[in-house]
Write a protein that binds this ligand. Structure first.
Ligand code: GSH
Length: 219
């Protein structure tokens, strides 16, 4: 059975998890503490410490680069999802980079403001230290203070998606492709704390999001 090694609020893990649910395949999730990567380190033969990682029998899959989609492409091929049609590869590449950089960069800050509510107590110190080493001392307090502006920024960054979804049910047409799942993961990370909703000014995106939550492949 396919195993997803994850922690539940990670935007990239949410993408992999939703793909697995979409496929209807049996899979199991193994949650690791964000502060202890020893399982991932061991599985990847000391090559990787991030999540998600997929273990499928003897095969272990993880990202080979910053903007790759090795995990999603492995699941797509294995589970025959058809989410990476060659004719749309260029467009999808441009979009997933925008989602994983521009959208994720604002969404995770808004979620992290509430980290004490979803990161287990024992992991809170390493979580905070990890963030502060990357973004500077007091970064989470700053994001908390900037919440209104960050929400405005996110709304603006999602505007092009709203525009696309005014003309088709999914981002690139009448069936979902990988980028729909990718954007879904970034948005679910933003929503993870339970303190936010998608802005009312993005009705098409809200409708798409409702659909992406439960959509299953038609076999
Ligand atoms: N581009 C990678 C990014 C994965 C990633 O950054 N994962 C985060 C969790 S959201 C992580 O484990 N980062 C390493 C760390 O926190 O030390 C992907 O799409 O999977």
């Amino acid at each position: 059975m396919i195993e997803l090694i994850q922690f539940s609020w990670s935007p990239f893990c949410i993408v992999a998890r939703r793909l697995l649910e979409f496929s209807g395949a049996k899979f199991k999730t193994t949650n690791i503490p964000s502060s202890d990567r020893s399982l991932v380190w061991k599985l990847t033969k000391e090559k990787y410490y991030a999540v998600p990682v997929i273990k499928d029998g003897a095969k272990v899959v993880f990202e080979s680069g910053d903007d790759t989609q090795d995990v999603a492409k492995y699941l797509d091929a294995k589970l025959k999802l058809g989410l990476f049609p060659p004719a749309r590869e260029g467009e999808q590449f441009l979009l997933w980079r925008y989602f994983e950089h521009e959208v994720e960069a604002v969404g995770f800050k808004l979620n992290d403001v509430y980290f004490e509510e979803f990161v287990p107590k024992a992991d809170q110190l390493p979580f905070l230290r990890h963030k502060e080493r990357k973004f500077g001392r007091g970064c989470i307090d700053q994001w908390r203070a900037q919440k209104k502006n960050l929400l405005g920024e996110l709304e603006q960054k999602l505007q092009p998606c709203e525009q696309m979804l005014a003309h088709s049910e999914f981002l690139l047409g009448e069936r979902p492709l990988f980028v729909d799942f990718n954007l879904f993961g970034m948005i679910e990370n933003f929503l993870f704390s339970g303190h936010y909703a998608l802005p009312k000014s993005l009705p098409n995106l809200r409708e798409w999001h409702r659909c992406m939550k439960t959509i299953r492949i038609a076999r």
